[in-house]
Structures are given as structure tokens and as C-alpha cells.
Design a protein around this ligand. Sequence first.
Ligand code: SF4
Length: 338
Amino acid sequence: MDHEALLAWYAGRQRPLPWRLEVSAWRTLVSELMCQQTRIETVLPYFARFMEAFPTPLALAEAPTERVLELWSGLGYYSRARNLQRAAQAVVAAGGFPRTVEGLRGLPGVGPYTAGAIASIVFGVDAPLVDGNVERVLARWFAEPEPSRAWLWTRAAELVAPGRAGEWNQALMELGSLVCVPRSPRCGECPVRGDCGGAGNPEAYPRRKVKKAVPRREAVCAWVQRGDRVLLVRRPETGRLAGLWELPGLEGEGNGLDSLGNHLHSALGLRVRSARLCGTVNHTFSHLQLDTAVYVVEADGEPAVVEGGELRWVDVAGLEGVALSTLAKKTLELGGQG
Ligand code: SF4
């Protein structure tokens, strides 16, 4: 097959993304992990702040995890941040990045896609990669309605342009982002349309999977303010949104003001004097929809706040610097208006 059309198109159309303008294994690793399940436009400011704080694996390896989560705050899928820090620690311990796909896959959080990206883009290895964009492009190109993982990786490996795998892989991904988009792909301006088996009916490939309904849960939380400060609790170190801060509350069906009051009393030693419902925040995670009722609560009692513990009073004007999930930000915004 002729690689030149796609490579030439990429040379002229690629977006000047910061990790393309200055290429290194570190910058590629950070950008690839940030871009998983997240739009590039969303990633850009996070990448800039992260690189400023952690310009090298050593800087991240030695940073407090709390600081890492603060800089990841709002980007979602927080296990990526923790894995990135573990990967940085492994790189520091090994004295540098592995230069093969197999070696890279040994780093925490690095799967076949990220390993292929770093190996091909940074180290010039003739390695393929498959992400969501490449999957769609290949399924259409070969008119394959139900591409399996094995089929995709085999096709991707066959197609890699020898000696130019990094460029080729990025060109395929860029084609999927800009031209061979999920809905109404622009086949008329596509550099591979002459070869493409799916060009006549592109949206038939790959066949759409029927989405499962996402379960819904209820939660309730409290905005408790003293002076200019609001009370936050830290989530457990494992599970969803591990280690991030949020308003105190609880999750589960049938929870209302009574159970919130009981929780504030038993877990934090607070006795509710009055409470007012501000509204409900609806937030969708990948496998869960959570409807969180937010109350502004006046309460007596002194929660046991200790330095480095699971509770803290945070200046309402200083919430920007706290490791918060998007959901926590939404509930804080609502509570703060209440
Ligand atoms: S011709 Fe159309 S379907 Fe085929 S790769 Fe290009 S944009 Fe996608």
C-alpha cells in the first residue's frame, strides 16, 4: 500500500500540540495518559500546568501524591494520575525509560497503546498502536463491521510505515480525529479514500454496540461553613475518586436529610441545627449516574480536624488549590451559592 498520501496529509494538517512540538518519552507518556478518554482541548491546560510542576520523571516521583491529585483535579479517571506517579518512580529507579514495547509495558498504567505510542514516536521502533480513532479508521478502511482486538492489532502492525512508525501512527490517529470522525466523516477530503472499502457507507463500520443503561444512585452531602471556611473530607485511598476531597455525605438509596444528619453526627461529631436543600447535582461517571442532593447545614460541634488527616477546613476562596473531583466541584459550587 502507498503510505505517502496519508503521511503527506499529516505533514500538512497535524495540529501543533505541545507534546509534538517538543518530543520526549516523559512528555509523550504524560500526554498519552491524559488523553485517554479525555478530549485534547480539555487536556491542554492540564498538560501545561503538569509539565511546569513536574518537568521530569524525578520531579513527579518525589512529589506528594496530594499535589499530583491537585494538578489532575477535574480531569477524571484519577487512577491515571496515581499510575503516572508510579511509572515515574519506576523510570527513576531504572535510570531511564525502557526503549522497547515490552519494557514500556512493564511500567504501571502503560498498556499496549501507550507503549506503542512511546516506542514508535520517541524511540523510532516500528511498533503499531490502536486507540479508538485508529479502530474506527481501520474498520472503515477494511470495511470490517466487527473488528476484534486481535484483528485490529494485526492490521495496524501490517500497515506501519517502516522507519516512520511514529509519524504513521500519529497520522492514523489524526485522521480519525479530524476527518474519519464518528458521525458524518469527511470522505471527500480524505487522503486514503481511493483505498478505502468503507468510503461508500462509512458509518456502517464499525457496527455500533448497543449501550447498556448506566445505573443511577442517590447521594446526599452537606455544606458546613465556619467563618470563611468550608468542611471537606477525603475519600478513601482505594476505589472511585480515591484520595480526593469532597463535601461530607453518603451514598445509597433512600438517603435524605435524616441519614445525612446521622452521618454527620456519627462520623464527624456534628449535631445539625438546621438544614436547607440547595438543589441536586447530576453527574455521570463511566458506569454510574449519581444524583447528589446538596444541603447547607448549620451544625454544632467540633469535628476532629488534624493536620494530614481525613478532614479539613478550607478557605472558600482557596478551593482552586484543592484536589477535587468534577463532582465535588459541582456540589461545592451549588453549596456555596446556597
Ligand atoms: S474515506 Fe471516509 S471512511 Fe475511509 S478512512 Fe477516509 S474518512 Fe474514513
